[in-house]
Design a protein around this ligand. Structure first.
Ligand code: CA
Ligand code: CA
Length: 310
């Protein structure tokens, strides 16, 4: 009994060290983070795994890892509130004892650790036999190393990442969370059984080339349609402040930037419905403001239709 105990303990120690070691030394391979383009677009899984001689098409199983694709309603979010993103695993029953993964995320997100010991919460896919270490790499990548003395990984949630959203999160914002396969001179990411069998090697090759689906947190555009034409600042009035905001947005685009407006505000700002936000929209707003200031009634749309008609 004593011998078995010591053997298990030393394997766990080795796994802990491997995880920490890989995290510390893989910085070069992580100079880029393909989930950090900050363009509010999804970052589908990119495979950096080289299967070598392994014929991935010979794999007949269905091992998968996927990450939640969450659409959050902006109304339900507190400023700076947190959103949980789960990493799931399936199709691996009895075939995996050691895991090393790197999870990239949009650096506009702030990872919120569940406790002082780990950066992520461990899910039900790993029972208490797993020894787990986590490390932050390059500020926006979590390295998770896990090891059991048996092939005990089950289908379920592998881990849970809790992120604080940035203060400026708005409708249309999208923050990718994805897996990056990392291999350095010092070690590679793994998804392996205890005996390093050929079946497990094939499964690992399949997983890292075809079996992963990345996720994201998306702030839904539920409020996008909810705008009043001409009311760019959303205060329910249409006046010179809105014309001024339109000119600022126009000026921003002229210097190569974005409008600086939300999707809804952009729709409100493009008064004449062409493809530009420019001085002619500001001019329409001012004309309508002059009209309503002198007792005119009706919507901006009606005002413009009348103007065109006569
Ligand atoms: Ca306004
Ligand atoms: Ca326009």
């Amino acid at each position: 009994m004593k011998g078995i105990f010591f053997r298990a303990a030393s394997l766990i120690t080795a796994a802990v060290m491997t995880g920490a070691f890989a995290a510390a030394l893989s910085a070069d391979a992580l100079d880029f983070n393909y989930c950090d383009a900050q363009d509010d677009k999804e970052a589908p899984y990119q495979s950096f795994y080289d299967p070598g001689d392994l014929d991935v098409s010979a794999y007949s199983g269905d091992a998968k890892i996927w990450i939640d694709q969450i659409e959050a309603d902006p109304q339900s979010l507190e400023p700076g509130g947190t959103v949980e993103v789960d990493v799931h695993v399936s199709g691996v029953l009895g075939s995996v004892a050691s895991i090393n993964l790197h999870i990239d995320y949009d650096s506009r997100l702030t990872l919120t650790p569940p406790n002082d010991f780990r950066l992520v919460e461990i899910g039900g896919a790993m029972d208490a036999s797993f020894s787990v270490v986590t490390a932050l790499v390059n500020g926006s990548c979590v390295n998770i190393g896990a090891f059991s003395a048996g092939n005990r990984l089950q289908d379920g949630v592998l881990c849970k990442l809790k992120f604080a959203l940035p203060e400026d999160a708005k409708a249309g914002s999208l923050y990718p969370v994805g897996i990056e396969y990392v291999s350095t001179d010092y070690g590679s990411d793994v998804f392996m059984d205890l005996g390093k069998t050929d079946e497990a090697k094939l499964q690992e090759a399949y997983l890292f080339t075809k079996g992963i689906t990345n996720g994201y947190i998306k702030i839904s555009g539920g409020a996008e349609e909810d705008f009043l034409l001409g009311d760019v600042n959303g205060d329910t009035m249409i006046n010179s402040s809105d014309a001024s905001d339109i000119l600022v947005a126009y000026s921003n685009t002229q210097t190569g930037g974005t409008t600086g407006l939300s999707t809804a505000a952009e729709k409100a700002a493009n008064v004449n419905g062409d493809q530009y936000i420019d001085a002619s929209d500001a001019s329409d707003v001012l004309a309508y403001y002059a009209f309503t200031s002198t007792g005119g009634t009706g919507s901006l749309e009606e005002f413009l239709a009348d103007k065109q008609g006569g």
